[in-house]
Design a protein around this ligand. Structure first.
Ligand SMILES: Nc1ncnc2c1ncn2[C@@H]1O[C@H](COP(=O)(O)OP(=O)(O)OP(=O)(O)O)[C@@H](O)[C@H]1O
Length: 261
């Protein structure tokens, strides 16, 4: 397997709380890796470390760049985005009063060369680039099935559509690694089925995905490999069938005694 991301003994402390303790695992190029664990296990904290929102307290994050694996600890979120790491959030973070198209256009700006002077002067370069941004944004909206809502306010979209808009926005940054934080939360079964198709279509384009999800049916069906966290520690890793039978995982989810019940 060719590694895209390697986490080596990542720890994160908030005061006296060890949200993550020595978490290590590797993500291969092109896979959908499921990251699961009970509430408070440290899953979102790990996404925050990888995406630069909260740098780890210790440990190393390695990411495959053009010259091989490089250490990316401590880079800011916009630098992580420029490296090709994009994410969605557990609580949807859209600009509700902007249109669906504008939400994606804003994200797209990280891949452009616009600057203040060009913007004020409205140079031909600037106008051409703006046009390219709109086209690229529309392409992402078509990809997630939201092109027909392009001019609607984001806040007026149905819940499942808002989640897919978040994904379109992340895709607009041209990621190599996409971190999806509970994308199926609050979705009905039909929306969840569409989400599964969408995630598979994203991976088919060459993007690697790490998926945090509490919907076990979804995770087990879409991921060939799972990593399980509990109380900030890595307790298991492997294919869904083995994880389902793993006594430490059963205990983490159901409590002591469940293993022998
Ligand atoms: N910014 C923060 N400041 C202090 N404590 C935090 C912060 N972020 C997370 N925590 C704590 O770290 C622990 C791990 O939280 P985290 O949100 O990463 O868990 P999770 O596995 O994503 O949970 P859930 O499945 O409920 O979303 C929790 O005890 C949480 O309260």
């Amino acid at each position: 397997m060719t590694p895209l991301l390697e986490l080596d003994r990542i720890s994160k402390r908030f005061g006296g709380l060890h949200a993550l303790a020595d978490v290590s695992f590797t993500v291969a190029c092109g896979e959908i890796l499921g990251l699961i664990g009970p509430n408070g296990a440290g899953k979102t904290t790990l996404f925050n470390c990888i995406s630069g929102l909260h740098p780890p307290s210790s440990g190393t994050i390695l990411y495959a760049g053009s010259g091989g694996l490089m250490r990316i600890n401590g880079r800011k979120p916009e630098q992580m985005t420029a490296l090709g790491i994009a994410r969605t959030f557990q609580n949807i973070r859209l600009f509700n009063s902007l249109t669906v198209l504008d939400n994606v256009r804003i994200a797209r700006h990280c891949r452009t060369h616009a600057n203040f002077v060009r913007a004020v002067l409205r140079t031909r370069f600037q106008r051409a680039e703006e046009q390219a941004i709109v086209e690229a944004a529309m392409e992402r909206l078509r990809f997630v099935g939201l092109a027909h809502h392009a001019l609607a306010d984001a806040g007026n979209l149905a819940y499942g559509d808002q989640r897919r808009l978040e994904i379109a926005r992340a895709l607009a940054t041209e990621p190599r690694l996409l971190l999806l934080d509970e994308p199926a939360a609050g979705m009905n079964p039909r929306e969840t089925r569409r989400l599964v198709d969408l995630i598979q279509a994203i991976v088919a384009t060459g993007v690697t995905v790490i998926l945090i999800e509490h919907d076990m049916k979804l995770v087990m069906s879409i991921c060939r490999r799972l990593v399980v966290l509990d109380h900030g520690t890595h307790i298991a890793e492997g294919p869904p069938a083995a994880i389902r039978e793993n006594p430490r995982v059963i205990e983490a989810y159901l409590g002591r005694g469940a293993v022998h019940a």
